[in-house]
Design a protein around this ligand. Sequence first.
Ligand code: GYE
Length: 282
Amino acid sequence: FSQIGTESAWRIQNTKSIFEAAKDRNIEILYDDAKQKQSNQLKAIRSFIVYQVDVIVFVPIVSDGWDNVLQEAKDANIPVIVIDRQINADPSLYAGFLGEDGFEQGKSAAKFLINKCNNSPKKKFNILELAGTANSSIAVSRAEGFREIIEKDARFNFIHSEDGDFLRSRGKEIMDKIIAKNGGLKIENNSIDVIFSHNDPMTLGLLESLDEHKILPKNTIIISIDAEQESIDALKEGKLNCVVECNPNLGPTLMDLVQKISAGETIPRSTYMQETVFTEDD
Ligand code: GYE
């Protein structure tokens, strides 16, 4: 199992869920933490091939650049399951995908926003977007799902979008910079009416920055994705308006797939997790 790192509570729970499910079924895991580097993942997967493991599972940090190593696994007759994030590669090179639907998550965020704005006297809304890791399928699909709905509505305008790499430190840094440059929660005299953040750590970093600058974002709608505890607590305290759930508990379903593959069965091309949306109205 090649994991990308420990960048979020989501990621830590994801790893935990996989280890617990494996233990329940007496499945042994050879583990590598890639510390946010694709090159480390490639090395780890190659070492799993040398060890002749039964199944390789990995979370692709970015979408591209996997063809060669997947071909090597295929040549060694080791099936590969891609989890959490998707890849751009010939589907015959891996057995299947298990994860979450980022496109739906982006759409859910946008639907909440439209509903909320329908009850507002305001006619124009400027959006700040904190985006996840560039070239990761999950950041791309969340951005696309959100835009699919928002771009049909002339009330909305993106005033700034920045790559925060899914990190809390980056969320804080981006907000600190905006405040320093523009003297508040605005961009060149345009109010920031909506913040759409691709994950909770970036959102929490941003809230930390606002807090330090004693800015109360009362008139800004803030939407996040993941639903880690700290962010649900912030939602309860009225600091956020909506948190779209992203389910990290892939372990049990993953082990079902691993056991099927080991028994020589084929698995579905894609398996998606069940997810919900938590809002200020709940
Ligand atoms: O939203 C974020 C994490 O790929 C779904 O990566 C995952 C994302 C998750 O670090 O918090």
